[in-house]
Design a protein around this ligand. Sequence first.
Ligand code: SF4
Length: 238
Amino acid sequence: MTAEPTIRISEIFGPTIQGEGALIGQPTVFVRTGGCDYRCAWCDTLYAVESTYRRDWKPMNAQAIMKRVKDLSSGKPLTITLSGGNPATQDCSALIQAGKQDGYSFAMETQGSIAQDWFKDLDILTLSPKPPSSGMSTNWDILRDCANAAGANTKVSLKIVIANDEDYAYAKEAHAHLPHLPLYLQPCNTQVSKDHINMDNLSADMRALVDRITQDQWFTPIILPQLHVYLWGNERGV
Ligand code: SF4
């Protein structure tokens, strides 16, 4: 008998609300996979990235993941957000099929460094390419492949965090590569403290980004905060 494929899971939590991007404010359960092909300078989920945390990641098959999601959501279908790490490093197709059979829908966030066939089964695909302040570089062809892997019913958008002028220029470049996609910009949360977030700094960064696009008369992007940081700081699993 062939063993059922599993996904390395860092954590499953919720229901809570989506804190950023196209689904901001929408109730969701997060399924965070373990493992990432990037190492961003300001990554706030290193526990789902670094192999030193691998022993904390639990291999779970689609049925086990859906059982946990159903327990958390009392069996009431909602949007499941696949996050990471980079969920595109693993095969999430069986999970998406199993969840959809029970009426759940699926959103996923990935940096767009690996395209997978099963993106076509997602309801929402947020491509979040990482700007220069991350220390990573973007392969624009692969990012385009990721967008093209979406299905006819998959809503695709770009979401980019902005920490400095270089990041802002990068966001314009990303938009030039994929001009048909809705574009969300948000200030980059570079505060790493688990215990204290300076709200004045968060708000100042948000105002600066709004000023930037209005002075620049760049009216394409939608500017959003990272709502979960305002509500819960850098607390894990909310
Ligand atoms: S892509 Fe995301 S999860 Fe991976 S290192 Fe960067 S911020 Fe962290």
